[in-house]
Design a protein. Structure first.
Length: 114
């Protein structure tokens, strides 16, 4: 898996800077959406959650255990999770999989853009 991730990273980093990249992914990971936070401090040295600029404010808020790893890769490659920047109709949602037993909804597939 690490070898595959490294190869994809090399390929994406090697693309010309003015290229538009649209990548459909089957991450099998829930990456959530940007937290709706109100910050009480404007300290420029305070660590900021990288997902604040990589994820939009819409979508399924569920985050899986692999989320930090995926957000790290997305941040490193300066990608954005496109679907999280758009409002969906409530009955459609952002979900791409429903657990057959619990009927819980997940968004495991994502379009990443640069």
């Amino acid at each position: 898996m690490t070898k595959f991730n490294n190869e994809v990273s090399k390929m994406l980093i090697g693309l010309p800077k003015d290229n538009v990249l649209i990548m459909g992914t089957n991450l099998n990971a829930s990456i959530g959406m940007r937290a709706n936070e109100t910050r009480e401090t404007n300290d420029p040295f305070e660590d900021e959650d990288p997902s604040a600029s990589l994820l939009g404010p819409h979508g399924n808020s569920r985050r899986s255990t692999r989320c930090k790893l995926i957000i790290g890769v997305i941040n490193h490659l300066q990608l954005r999770a496109a679907s999280t920047f758009f409002i969906r109709k409530e009955n459609q949602g952002h979900n791409t999989w429903t657990h057959p037993t619990t009927k819980e909804h997940y968004q495991l597939d994502h379009f990443l853009i640069k």
